[in-house]
Design a protein around this ligand. Structure first.
Ligand code: PLP
Length: 434
């Protein structure tokens, strides 16, 4: 990979400066604005395979993958072709459509905990709906979430919510009433004793535990052996539900998500990102007796004008069809391991304090000497160094998530050539920064 020097982003800068007058911060979602790494964001023009091109014509190997959905590679020809066909029949029906049955069947077959599923339009919607369902089913109001885990931007979850919020230095968000988060209890990730203590102090009041089974919104953080199983037994002993928010990990760590990979079947699961194949889709599902509480089968109200629309269903179906082919997850695992191990050893050779985590098609490197098991650990990272690393990688044609507190994502389109070029860029950049 040839460094893109001189690195010209004048069109991006011009478009972004106009955007700042039109939209708050110039973006439609905060982390995109590059606030935590400094400098100006890159304005994309098009994406294909493992690559993104900006409006100035620079090409990047992309490890954001539109924040997860692009696991088969951007603009996969089979997905695009299926979308073209679906488009001719119209974009939204607001009525039942057979494609919903098809995607539902695929999700139910794939994800161990899901016997019935409801489609929504985003991961945020999936999580806020699942929270209502947890409360409706148990008749209890409190929930436990973990520091650094993100479950979308619904009020009740904006406590210790990881990347987007942490990056902006907002401990909580103004506009979220204290009364709304009063029922949201938090524990450090990987700390079973803290969870047990919360149950002891709130007997018969906790509806359930919601967790990212592998954290992707505080960097990439893995559960310690026994942690997820421990949560399951504590929840069970207290008549509470265990909910896996697999919006990021679903169809990424394995075809059946983290629950397949770790062999733990939660009561309910949230999905998003990959199941929309790049179009807006979220979903929640779980045991039949719980899901039958959802309207119109049951009394818990939840609805959506564009939910289950044929375009989004089509992109999801085709993406899952590609993913369930032989060898896809072994390929993702091998490529991602090569990348993550390579980055870490280059960092160490260049004398940097760094640790990393990787599982399946998800990875992260922290500029800290200590192993990262929680958001507290992640916060020991050298953010200033990360900013310089991020900018250097950009200039060398590699697009990483613009925050230390985000996981990196690979896709089936990230082959040997892309991994090798990325490691070459890592070597060049890390030898230049101190
Ligand atoms: C991205 C994400 C969400 C929110 O999904 P949106 O589609 O952005 O609303 C929720 N939970 C997790 C774990 C996520 O990674």
């Amino acid at each position: 990979m040839v460094a893109q020097i001189p690195f010209n982003t004048s069109k991006s800068q011009q478009i972004f400066s106009q955007a700042k007058n039109l939209m708050p911060g110039g973006v439609s979602s905060p982390v995109r604005a590059f606030k935590s790494v400094g400098g100006e964001p890159i304005v994309f023009d098009r994406v294909e395979g493992a690559y993104a091109w900006d409006v100035d014509g620079n090409r990047y190997i992309d490890y954001v993958g539109t924040w997860g959905p692009a696991i088969v590679g951007h603009a996969h020809p089979e997905v695009i072709e299926a979308l073209h066909k679906a488009l001719e029949k119209g974009t939204s029906f607001g009525a039942p459509c057979v494609l919903e049955n098809q995607l539902a069947e695929m999700v139910i077959d794939a994800v161990p905990s899901i016997e019935m599923v409801r489609f929504v339009n985003s991961g945020t919607e999936a999580c806020m709906s699942v929270l209502r369902l947890m409360r409706a089913f148990t008749g209890r109001d409190k929930i436990i979430k973990f520091e650094g885990c993100y479950h979308g931007h619904a009020d009740m979850f904006l406590v210790q919510a990881g990347s987007g919020v942490a990056t902006l230095g907002l401990p909580d968000s103004p506009g979220v009433p204290k009364s709304t988060t009063a029922n949201t209890l938090t524990a450090p990730y990987n700390d079973l004793a803290a969870v047990q203590a919360l149950f002891d102090a709130n007997k018969d009041q906790i509806s359930g535990i919601i967790i990212e089974p592998v954290v992707g919104n505080a960097g990439c953080i893995l559960p310690k052996p026994g942690f997820l199983a421990g949560l399951q037994s504590i929840a069970k002993a207290n008549g509470a539900l265990l909910v896996f928010d697999e919006v990021m990990t679903g169809f990424r760590l394995a075809y059946g998500g983290a629950q397949e990979r770790f062999g733990i079947t939660p009561d309910l699961t949230c999905l998003g990102k990959i199941i929309g194949g790049g179009l807006p889709v979220g979903a929640y599902g779980g045991r039949r007796e719980i899901m039958e509480m959802v309207a119109p089968a049951g009394p818990m109200y939840q609805a959506g004008t564009l939910s289950g629309n044929p375009l989004a269903m089509t992109a999801g179906i085709k993406t899952l069809e590609i993913l369930r082919r032989d060898g896809t997850y072994a390929q993702l695992d091998a490529a991602t391991k090569k990348l993550a191990d390579g980055m870490l050893s280059i960092a160490h050779e260049a004398g940097h304090a760094a640790t990393g985590n990787q599982i399946g098609a998800m990875f992260g490197m922290f500029f800290t000497a200590q192993q990262v098991y929680s958001f507290e650990d992640a916060k020991t990272s050298d953010l200033n160094k990360f900013s310089r690393f991020h900018r250097g990688m950009l200039e060398h044609g590699v697009y990483l998530a613009p925050s230390q507190y985000e996981a990196g994502f690979t896709s089936l389109a990230h082959g040997d050539a892309e991994i090798a070029a990325t490691l070459e860029a890592v070597r060049a950049v890390l030898s230049q920064i101190s």
